[in-house]
Structure formats: structure tokens, C-alpha cells
Design a protein around this ligand. Structure first.
Ligand code: ZN
Length: 176
């Protein structure tokens, strides 16, 4: 398994000379299994430069795991470039939101309201699927087993354990 950090900042993107070492983008982590399956944890602004690299390997199936719905973890989703190209699949995974009573589809729907973004979801060319997860209920993503665990945060927030090919990684994200 390979892990690459595309965004490590919280609250807001912070480019500039003070953040050159680790970059100024908000949370986004790329994980590749040994079979090259693509798992992405969080869709902060770091998912944009990640998505630019994906244009070299189309068509892609991107399995995105959202830890929670705060902006810094979702705000890159509208500009995830494979969404605009037919043949790609975005499979968005995340928690049921107790505040709104909606599943993970909400994080896309809210951001793609026409007042806020010029391209509607139905105009996007990729196939977009939603998988609402329950705590400690494992799912399979290709050769990987992914298990969400509840973290301590103002909204429902998952940490993710990902196991593949005899290795595992756990990402907590925001956690008090
Ligand atoms: Zn948060």
C-alpha cells in the first residue's frame, strides 16, 4: 500500500512561503493498494492537484472516503477533474448526517447548488455514486477492507482503517 499526502491543512487553504514544506492545501490523502486501486481520504483542496495527475490514467474509479462534512474536508469535490469526463466513476463514501437527516450525497448536493457552482451534478459526465456508511461496518473496496470508526468532533466524524495485502493504515482526521 502506498500513501501520499496532498493536503494537510485545516480550516482553510493556506498557500505562501510559510507552508511550502508540507503544502497549503486542506485535507486529502491518496492511497493505492498493491493492485493500484485508488482510495482517497477526504476531498479538501488537495484533491484538485491529485485529480490533475489522474488525467494520465483515465478512465479512473475514485473511491473517496469523507471523514466528515466540514468545508476543509469536502471543498475540493466540485473541481475533481475526472467528474467532467465520461467513463470515470466517483464513488463517494461517508456518514449519515444527523443534523440534516441526509446521507453522504448531501456534501455534493449542497456545494453544487447553482448559486454556488456553475456546473450542476446532472451535467457532470462521470458516474457519481454514493455509499452512506455506518460505524464499524466494514466494506470492501477492491482488495481493501475499509472500516469507519466514530471520532470525537462537533459533527459525525469517521476515522478510517484500511487493510490490504497484509498491511493496514488508520487515519483519524479531526479528533478532539
Ligand atoms: Zn472538522
Amino acid at each position: 500500500m502506498k500513501v501520499k499526502f496532498w493536503g494537510v491543512r485545516g480550516s482553510i487553504a493556506s498557500p505562501g512561503p510559510n507552508t511550502v514544506r508540507y503544502g497549503g492545501n486542506t485535507t486529502c490523502i491518496e492511497i493505492r493498494t498493491d493492485n493500484n486501486e485508488l482510495i482517497i481520504i477526504d476531498a479538501g483542496t488537495g484533491i484538485f492537484p491529485l485529480s490533475q495527475t489522474l488525467l494520465k490514467e483515465l478512465p479512473v474509479t475514485a473511491n473517496v472516503l469523507i471523514t466528515h462534512s466540514h468545508w476543509d474536508h469536502i471543498q475540493g469535490l466540485p473541481l475533481f477533474l475526472p467528474n467532467f469526463i465520461a467513463g470515470n466513476t466517483l464513488r463517494l463514501h461517508g456518514a449519515f448526517d444527523l443534523v440534516s437527516g441526509k446521507g453522504i450525497e448531501q456534501v455534493m448536493a449542497v456545494q453544487l447548488q447553482y448559486s454556488f457552482f456553475p456546473v450542476r451534478e446532472e451535467e457532470m459526465k462521470a458516474r457519481i455514486e454514493y455509499v452512506t456508511l455506518a460505524p464499524e461496518q466494514s466494506i470492501r473496496i477492491g482488495s481493501a477492507t475499509v472500516t469507519p470508526y466514530m471520532m470525537n468532533h462537533p459533527v459525525v466524524d469517521f476515522g478510517y482503517r484500511i487493510e490490504a495485502n497484509g498491511k493496514s493504515i488508520f487515519f483519524t482526521g479531526d479528533h478532539e
